[in-house]
Structure formats: structure tokens, C-alpha cells
Design a binder for this molecule. Structure first.
Ligand code: NAD
Length: 362
């Protein structure tokens, strides 16, 4: 019976992987009860930007996956047909436990969170509840149901204004907003659970996730959209009037901020490698994910003009509070421990993002 279920799942993945429909009802396929040795990866936030690209990678590799998302900020259209989806809120412990009862979960990759810095400053309670309390519920459920492997979406913003660039994992953590505080707290919870229960985790501290799957089927869609690349490309499309450049008096070659942009599929690949690492090494790690080189705001706008052929109106305005001049990863640990190296540069990121935004599906 487990093999049958396994085969059925693979057939679904094989045949329906690329057929993503806007019709919600197509997702209400009969649910498979996963039993016996049928093990799945639980992906929380799998309907979100980064999570959906990771789910696609798992599906391509015929790895069984269960998506948990409350769709508060995600998109049902990003979920490949045939992949089990559970509309569950991490704050709803009863539904969460039901999910752990219904599926045999082997490992968790935890993307689900609210991730707007500005919103976290305006409404810190929302962030501590959703991110910290939600993650604690998940971590406690993982312990209760014997799941020992956990990959966590952390962020470079917990370094605050770093003293050394490129930023290594040795840099002191000094979060300067509630969002980053929530991520640091969750890392500490994971570490405390490891000390007591010997569960293992890899916390991946991302730099700037960007780009889209080259298929154009899935990509970035936030509302409001806080990230520079979608803002620039929406301006190229005429959907937005101009790009605001916050300050040109930073200590950088052209005076604008420098960030480390990492292709979304390189990021997805790192999660895959983190799962393999937990399987083989059984050690916890905190690892930066970035390319190791950065681009300024003006460089990014100029390259976008070349790729899109559009003018892209940019307007200089005052600095924003809390923007460090340069955020670039020292990514050597990711290579040493995960064997991970990013393969896409900013041109590829912008090309794929442009391909997505020109024909945005959700
Ligand atoms: N985008 C970046 O550049 C970046 C950088 C660093 C870290 N991160 C982290 O990566 C993760 C994914 O980011 P993203 O850009 O894909 O965000 P996203 O908003 O696109 O995806 C997050 C998903 O989590 C879901 N979610 C939120 N709260 C939930 C809850 N309580 N229960 C169930 N589902 C819930 C949302 O509906 C959404 O689908 C987040 O944890 C974020 O903090 C992102």
C-alpha cells in the first residue's frame, strides 16, 4: 500500500507538474493518506515567493512534499498540481497537530513568516506573534512528533549595521528592527531545543532573494512590494511611475547602497543541500547565503534599462533610517559545509525576473 501511494504521488508529480491552473478547485484533488515508510518534507510558507521555488525543486527531484501555508501572503497558483497542500495557520495548534498526525514528516523547511521590516516596526506585536509564537508551535510539534531535522529561513538583517564586510557568520548579531529580532529569537529557540532534545537545524541567513524561475510560471509577487528588483521592473513596465533611490552619499563607489542579490533557484538549491547535510552530518549550522559580491542601486537600475530596453525613471531622495551602506555575504561556509555555490549572476536574475513580470500570473 505505501508503494502504491508512492507511485500514485510520482505519477501526479510527473504529469501535472507544469500544469498550474488559476482555478482553485483543481487543487481539491482527493488527498492521499501518507502511511508507512512514505516520508515527506514539510514546507511551511510553500505558497510564498521563496517557498514555492523550493517546492518546485523538490517536485522536480521527485521528493515527496507537504505544503503548509495559511495563504495570508502566499498564492495558491504557485503550488504545483498534485502536491499536497494544507491551509493551516501556525498559530492554530490543533490543525498543526492534525497535519503531523496525517503525514509522516521526515524534515521541515520553515519559510512561513511575515517579512516586512517597516510593518514590523509599525506593528511589532504582529511579528512576535506570527513569527516567534508560530515558529515555537511548529518547533514544539516537530519535537512531539519526532521530527529531528529542521531548515530555517533566517536573514542577514540580524547583523544590523555590520562592522566587517563581507559579512561572515562570526559577525556579532545586532538586529535593529523587530523583524530581525524575531529571526534571531527563532534561531535561539532551535538552539535550545537542540541542547535539550538533540534535534538538528540549519539556519540559512539569506541576503537579497531575487529573480524568478526561468519557466516564467512562478515568481515574486508581494503586496505591497518592498523589494528593489520588482519595483524597478514594474517601473519599466509603466505600472509604477518611478524608482526612489534612497541616498547617494554612502561610502560606496557611486554613493548608493550595495546589496548581495541571490537568484531564487540558487537559494532553493541551498535548502536542498542543507537537507542532505542534516541527513548525512547530523550537525546544526548557521550559514550565510549570498553570492559574495554586491551591486549598487544605480548599477541595478542601469542593468535593468539594458535588459528591458525601457527608460526607468529614477528619483533621488533622502536616506532611509536603518539602511547599512553595504551588505555582502562571506559565503565560504556555505561552500565548505553544504558544497553550495551560486551559479546565477545579476544579469540572469534580472532576465528571469523580467520574464516573470512581463507576464505575471498572480
Ligand atoms: N525575500 C527575501 O529576500 C528574504 C530575505 C531573508 C529572509 N527571508 C525569509 O524567507 C522566508 C520566505 O520569504 P518570502 O519572501 O518567500 O515571503 P512570502 O511572504 O512570499 O512567503 C511567506 C509565506 O508564509 C505564509 N505564512 C505567513 N505566516 C504564516 C502562518 N502563521 N501560518 C502559515 N503560513 C504563514 C504566507 O502566506 C506566505 O505564503 C521568510 O521567513 C522571510 O523572513 C526572505
Amino acid at each position: 500500500m505505501p508503494d502504491l501511494a508512492n507511485n500514485y504521488q510520482n505519477i501526479l508529480n510527473n504529469f501535472f507538474y507544469f500544469s498550474i491552473s488559476k482555478n482553485d478547485s483543481i487543487y481539491r484533488l482527493p488527498k492521499l493518506k501518507l502511511v508507512g515508510h512514505f516520508m515527506a518534507i514539510l514546507v511551511t510558507g510553500g505558497a510564498g515567493y521563496i517557498g514555492s521555488h523550493f517546492v518546485r525543486l523538490l517536485s522536480k527531484n521527485r521528493i515527496d512534499v507537504v505544503i503548509l501555508d495559511n495563504l495570508s501572503r502566499g498564492h495558491i497558483e504557485s503550488i504545483p498540481v498534485g502536491v499536497p497542500f494544507e491551509k493551516v495557520d501556525l498559530l492554530d495548534v490543533e490543525s498543526l497537530e492534525k497535519l503531523f498526525n496525517n503525514y509522516k514528516i521526515d524534515a521541515i523547511v520553515h519559510f512561513a513568516a511575515f517579512a516586512y521590516v517597516g510593518e514590523s516596526v509599525e506593528n511589532p506585536g504582529l511579528y512576535y506573534t506570527n513569527n516567534v509564537a508560530g515558529s515555537l508551535n511548529l518547533i514544539k510539534a516537530a519535537h512531539k512528533y519526532g521530527v529531528q531535522k529542521f531548515v530555517f529561513s533566517s536573514t542577514c538583517s540580524l547583523y544590523g549595521n555590520p562592522e566587517r564586510v563581507p559579512i561572515s557568520e562570526e559577525e556579532t548579531t545586532k538586529p535593529i528592527n523587530p523583524y530581525a529580532n524575531t529571526k534571531l529569537m527563532i534561531e535561539k529557540i532551535l538552539s535550545d531545543f537542540e541542547s535539550t532534545y538533540n534535534s538538528k537545524f540549519v539556519a540559512l541567513r539569506y541576503f537579497n532573494a531575487a529573480g524568478a524561475d526561468p519557466s516564467g510560471e512562478i515568481g515574486e509577487s508581494h503586496d505591497p512590494e518592498p523589494h528593489l528588483i520588482p519595483i524597478v521592473l514594474k517601473t519599466a513596465l509603466g505600472e509604477s511611475e518611478k524608482v526612489l533611490v534612497f541616498g547617494n552619499d554612502y561610502k560606496t563607489p557611486d554613493g548608493t547602497c550595495i546589496r548581495d542579490y541571490i537568484h531564487i533557484n540558487d537559494l532553493a538549491d541551498a535548502h536542498f543541500k542543507a537537507l542532505n547535510y542534516l541527513e548525512s552530518e547530523k550537525k546544526s549550522q548557521i550559514i550565510n547565503l549570498g553570492t559574495g559580491s554586491g551591486n549598487s542601486v544605480l548599477e541595478l537600475i542601469e542593468l535593468s534599462r539594458k535588459i528591458t530596453g525601457a527608460e526607468i525613471n529614477a528619483e533621488l531622495t533622502a536616506r532611509r533610517a536603518g539602511d547599512p551602506a553595504i551588505l555582502v555575504a562571506d559565503n565560504r561556509k556555505a561552500f565548505d559545509f553544504l558544497g553550495w555555490k551560486p551559479v546565477n549572476d545579476l544579469t540572469q536574475i534580472l532576465t528571469d525576473a523580467w520574464n516573470w513580470h512581463k507576464n505575471q500570473k498572480y
